[in-house]
Design a protein around this ligand. Structure first.
Ligand code: 2DT
Ligand code: MG
Length: 215
């Protein structure tokens, strides 16, 4: 790149089952990177605000129903709506940390709803690809022992078991970093932070172009 040009920021995604601890870990990472002087933008999917977010929120709270394929596209559209924002942040040197992304879309729609996995992937094809995914690995049984699930759609042990196996579709991808989610939260946060800093520096140093799913 040109001398003096801003190196791009990294795009980091957290994935995992409900109660895996991924939301806490994504917040912890955002705070740690900020402390170390990085520009950070924390986002989450689904985003429950705005016109699409309100539909998704009502769907998850079981106030409204959609056909399986419609709900898949709602979650996917939520991500498409945020592409410019993610792209602008990353290109201006900000590290974007997202709590869930397209991997949740595929794992929940194929695992929980039983939709064909390749069909699910198509809706998200062309989205900005993350530089790394931290998969906070906690078994459905372990997650279920943690304070129990709430009343939202998908928060049931047998559903989480199917979601867990759908997530495994991604387990061999180079960007997929499974983190043992049964360790104490401080050790997980430390492990994630070390790996995230490596990603942030290597993305900045190599000036790696932004790629798209599902490359
Ligand atoms: P939270 O518990 O993180 O608020 O998520 N979900 C999420 C999908 O079914 N498809 C998607 O594309 C995404 C991003 C996972 C709420 C629930 O929404 C599910 C749990
Ligand atoms: Mg949840």
């Amino acid at each position: 790149s040109c001398v003096g040009a801003m190196p791009r920021g990294a795009f980091i995604v957290f994935e995992g089952l409900d109660r895996s601890g991924k939301s806490s870990q994504s917040q912890r990472l955002a705070a740690s990177l900020k402390d170390k002087g990085h520009d950070v933008k924390a986002i989450r999917f689904p985003n429950r605000e705005g016109p699409l977010g309100q539909l998704i929120d009502a769907f998850l709270r079981k106030d409204i129903d959609f056909t399986k394929r419609t709900c898949h596209h709602l979650f996917s559209s939520d991500r498409w709506e945020k592409q410019c924002e993610i792209q602008a942040a990353v290109l201006s040197g900000t590290t974007v940390i997202s709590d869930r992304y397209a991997f949740s879309g595929v794992a929940y729609s194929s695992g929980a709803e039983g939709l064909p996995l390749e069909w699910c992937k198509n809706a998200d094809s062309g989205l900005i690809a993350p530089d790394t995914v931290f998969y906070i690995d906690v078994s459905p049984e372990e997650a279920n022992r943690r304070k129990g699930y709430g009343a939202e759609r998908y928060e049931k042990l047998e559903i989480q078991r199917r979601v867990y196996s759908s997530y495994m579709h991604f387990s061999t991808q180079p960007y997929w970093h499974a983190i043992d989610g049964t360790k104490d939260i401080d050790s997980i946060a430390a492990e994630v932070c070390v790996k995230a800093e490596q990603v942030v520096s290597s993305v900045a140093a190599s000036d790696a172009p932004v790629t798209t799913l599902w490359d």
